[in-house]
Design a protein around this ligand. Sequence first.
Ligand code: NAP
Length: 265
Amino acid sequence: MAGRLKDRVAVVVGAGSCGPGWGNGKAAAVLYAREGARVFCVDIDSKAAEETRDIIIKEGNMAASYTADVSRGNQVEAMVNACLSAFDRIDILHNNVGIVEHGGVVETTEDSWDHVLSVNLKSIFLTCKHVLPHMEKAGKGAVINISSTAGVRHMGTKYCSYTSTKAAIIQLTRDIAMNYARSGIRANTIIPGVIHTPLVEQFYGGYSQQERERMIAYRNDQIPMGRMGDAWDVAHASLFLVSDEARYITGTEIVVDGGLIAKCL
Ligand code: NAP
C-alpha cells in the first residue's frame, strides 16, 4: 500500500540522528516521505536535519529542514510558522526528541533534572501547544509522541529524570487525545524497547571492540525475540498510527519491544 500519507504534511521533531546510521526520528521522517508526506525535518543540529532532508529529496520525495531547540517556546512558535509558510498546513506532528542523563534522585543535579524535563517533556507540551490550534482549524491531525519502556518498567539503569519524562509523555498524550477527540485529532504514544540506533552506538563508543560486542550480546539476549529492534520497527508502528488505517485509534500506546515488557524481568 503506497501513498498512505499522500497530501499530508508531517513535522518530525528530532528528525536527525546523533551519529551515522538510522535513528528513530530519521527513519520516521524518511518513511513518512516514502508514503507521500511532505516532511518538515526539525532538529537542534542543522547538519543532522539537512542530512535527513537530503535523503528524502534524493529519493524523489519532498522535505525541508529547520533548526530549533524545541525546549524553547519562542523557537517552537517560529518553527510552526516556518512550516506553515513552507507547506501551508500540518497534518502530522511526530515528537521524537529525547535525551538521557544518568543518575538516581540523589546523584542527579537540579540543573540536570530541569534540562532533561525541558528537552523530553516540555518540548512536547510546546510543540502541541503551537500545532494543535492549526490542526483544530483544519478539523484533523495526528500526533505521535515517543516514550520508552523505561517509562513503564524499571530497566535496570539509574536515570530517574529520563524515566519520569517517559512516563509523563504517556499521560500527556492521553490528555491531548481526550481533549481533541471531537476535533478530529488523534494522539498516540509509541513505547520503544531496546532499539539499536546511533544513540546506542554513541554510548558504546568509549569501549573496546570486545566490550562492545559483549554489551550488544547482552542487550540482544534480554529480549524475548533475541535481538534489539531497529529504527524502522519504531517508524513502521508510527506510520500505522498516523495513517487512516488507525482512524479509530486514539489515546493509546503501541509497544515496540520484541516482547520485553511482557517478560517477567
Ligand atoms: P537521536 O539519534 O538522538 O536523534 C534525535 C535528534 O534530536 C538528534 O539529532 C538530537 O540532536 C536532536 N535533539 C536533541 N535535543 C533537541 C532539542 N532540544 N531540540 C531539537 N532537537 C533536539 O535519537 P533517535 O534514535 O532518533 O531516537 C530518540 C528517541 O527514541 C528518544 O525519544 C528516545 O527516548 C527514544 N527511545 C530510544 C530507544 C533506543 O534504544 N534507542 C529506546 C526507547 C526510546 P543532538 O544529537 O545534537 O542531541
